[in-house]
Every structure is written in structure tokens, then in C-alpha cells.
Ligand binder design. Structure first.
Ligand code: SF4
Length: 352
């Protein structure tokens, strides 16, 4: 009598996971943004719901973090937090009231040419105790934010917070972008394949969110089987860069945009995977298992391949989301992530 070849899989297939204490992460005030950056992991855009984290919900989130993971270092992001200065000020104030270690607020700096409105906001943030603003600079952002606008924002932040208060991520891109003209939006399609791949490497880009669909591709595309190497346990268990959004979704620290592992309040205990079948497969078998399950449900592999395992993962999750009536998969959240990417692909000549 032979062994059942599924035996070890059945024994080892985890049904529950427990996260370590939260180490560091971001609070997503909103998914609304001025930009539709091609690399965005959460598919933020001007079309996303105009929903913002409110002060009471923020107080609960910060209270939870303080009680369960007092050492966690938190930043505030989006979407674009400066689109709603009052919300931003309220949330930063609440974070400090709750004793949170708040490291920075992240922005695309769209406001760099408007000191009349935004310098007072920066001064208020500084008064509340904030000491750093992360200003994103990359070819992806520069399609929407002119380099000179970023430079003006950096100067404005330094004027209020001091030189070290402007954390420019990544400053080296300014040199490259300025060669194309400081006062023009950058067109990523003018970059050679090699340059865009180097830029993606410099930015430590993860091809999740809408990134895998962007043109030109951020990495050489490969067939699905080339990504069947590991499961996703490491990324899903990581609490090094988690996110909690305005809906209360906890997004894993491996930056898995569009995956809600649980409500953030469940992160202290055991997370049951039995009611999250796709997450359970990803945790135990990675994208290989997800791909095999999807094929059985009618998924067709993309003919031109994938930019990475997270692109494959997003494409399959999008398939399951669109294929199930009323999204039967609670882990595919927020639903608007999938609707946004699907709509953008349908309009790809205009957007991606
Ligand atoms: S493949 Fe999916 S689950 Fe795994 S790290 Fe990428 S986005 Fe997360």
C-alpha cells in the first residue's frame, strides 16, 4: 500500500496564523490621490472614494496599537494625506495624544507651489510634534508632479522642519528628472526598458497593485511557473511595513495591496484562515497554489507574462473578484481596489 502523496500537505497546511507584535506600519487616511502612479501598490487615484479616516476611528486604531504593540513605529500615508489638511492634522494630533511613535507623514508633494495654503499646515504639524515629512520623488510620481513642484515642497518643508525634516525618497531621481525639464511632467514612456528597470530596482519596487500592468513594464515579464518558488508566509507574517486603512482592513507587512488579512483588531490573536480560502492558499502554497486553483476555475494565464509573483497574484485575485458574484472572498478588500484596476485595464490606452 502506497503513501497518500497529499499526506504531508494535509499535515502541514496551516489553518490559523498568529502575527508577531506590530513592528512598523502606515495608517492609510484615504485611497484618494491627485495621482494615478503606475507603481502604486494600493491603486490610489483621483477616482477613489472620497472617504477619510475619522478622528474617533483613528483614536481606536492608535489605542489598539499602543496597547498591543507599544514599540510600533507608525507613519501616515494614503492616497494623498495633504488633500484633506484638517483630517491630516486631526489624525496626527490623535496619534500624539495616544502616545504613538509617529515617524513621518508621506506625501507626493502636489502642494509644492502653494505656500499660502500649505505652509500653515506644515507649521501646525510641526507644532503638534511631527518632525519629518517623506516626499516621494520618482519617475512614476513625476508623471503627475513636476520636478520643480517637488523641489519647492522640499524647500517649504525644510523652512519649517529644518534640513533633516524633509525625507526625500529618492533624492537621486531629482538629478535624472531635471535633465528632462524641471517644469514639465515626465513621460515614463521615454525611458528605455533598461532605465525603467533600474529605476524600479532603485525604488525597491514590488510589482503589486496596478504596477504589473504598467507600460513600459517595470521588469522582464516571465511565465507564471517562473514564480513558483516560495509560499508567501514570510510576507504575510511580516509586521515590518503593515497598513491599516480607513475601513479597518489590516494589509500584511509584505505590502500585499488588495489583501485584507483581517480587521486590525484581530491582529493580536489567532487569525482563522478557513474563512479566507485564497489567503489560506497563499500562506501555505504561495502563488503556485493560487494559480493551480485559478486554472481549475477558468483562469487563463496572461500571454505576455508577469512582472513578478505579486503581479501574478493580483491578476488571479482580480479574476476571482470579478468571477464571484458580490465578492465572496472577504480577504479581497477593499473591493474598490479590484474595481479600480479592472476599470483601468479596460481603459488602458488612456491610463496604464
Ligand atoms: S504574491 Fe500575493 S500574497 Fe505573496 S507577497 Fe505578493 S501580493 Fe503578497
Amino acid at each position: 500500500m502506497g503513501f497518500n502523496i497529499d499526506l504531508s500537505k494535509n499535515i502541514n497546511y496551516s489553518e490559523k496564523i498568529k502575527l508577531p507584535p506590530l513592528e512598523g506600519g502606515g495608517i492609510i487616511l484615504t485611497y484618494r490621490c491627485t495621482n494615478r502612479c503606475k507603481h502604486c501598490l494600493v491603486a490610489a487615484s483621483p477616482e477613489r472614494e472620497n472617504r477619510w479616516l475619522d478622528k474617533n476611528a483613528a483614536a481606536e486604531i492608535f489605542g489598539f496599537i499602543k496597547n498591543n504593540s507599544p514599540g510600533a513605529e507608525i507613519h501616515i500615508g494614503g492616497g494623498e494625506p495633504f488633500l484633506n489638511p484638517q483630517c491630516l492634522l486631526d489624525i496626527v494630533e490623535t496619534a500624539f495624544e495616544r502616545g504613538i511613535r509617529l515617524s513621518y507623514v508621506e506625501t507626493n508633494a502636489f502642494w509644492g507651489n502653494n505656500p499660502n495654503k500649505y505652509e500653515p499646515v506644515l507649521k501646525e504639524l510641526y507644532k503638534l510634534g511631527l518632525r519629518s515629512i517623506l516626499i516621494s520623488v520618482s519617475p512614476f510620481h513625476a508623471e503627475f508632479i513636476k520636478p520643480q513642484t517637488s523641489v519647492n515642497a522640499i524647500k517649504m518643508v525644510r523652512g519649517v522642519f529644518g534640513y533633516a525634516g524633509a525625507f526625500v525618497w529618492i533624492a537621486e531621481f531629482l538629478t535624472m528628472l531635471s535633465k528632462h525639464g524641471e517644469t514639465q511632467n515626465f513621460n515614463i514612456e521615454t525611458m528605455s526598458d533598461e532605465m525603467i528597470r533600474r529605476a524600479a530596482d532603485m525604488y525597491y519596487l514590488i510589482p503589486g497593485g496596478r504596477c504589473g500592468y504598467s507600460k513600459p513594464a517595470v521588469s522582464m515579464k516571465r511565465s507564471a511557473k517562473d514564480f513558483f518558488i516560495t509560499n508567501c508566509g514570510r510576507e504575510l507574517l511580516s509586521t515590518a511595513h503593515f497598513h491599516i486603512d480607513a475601513y479597518g482592513n489590516y494589509m500584511p507587512g509584505g505590502l500585499c495591496g488588495g489583501i485584507s488579512m483581517c480587521d486590525y483588531k484581530e491582529t493580536g490573536g489567532e487569525i482563522n484562515l478557513n474563512d479566507k480560502p485564497l489567503l489560506k492558499i497563499l500562506y501555505n502554497e504561495g502563488v503556485k497554489g493560487l494559480y493551480e486553483t485559478a486554472l481549475k476555475s477558468g483562469y487563463t494565464e496572461l500571454a505576455d507574462g508577469y512582472c513578478g509573483k505579486c503581479h501574478l497574484c493580483v491578476d488571479i485575485r482580480k479574476f476571482f473578484f470579478n468571477d464571484s458574484e458580490n465578492n465572496e472572498f472577504g480577504e479581497l478588500a477593499p473591493a474598490e481596489f479590484y474595481k479600480t484596476i479592472t476599470d483601468e485595464i479596460n481603459l488602458k490606452s488612456q491610463i496604464l
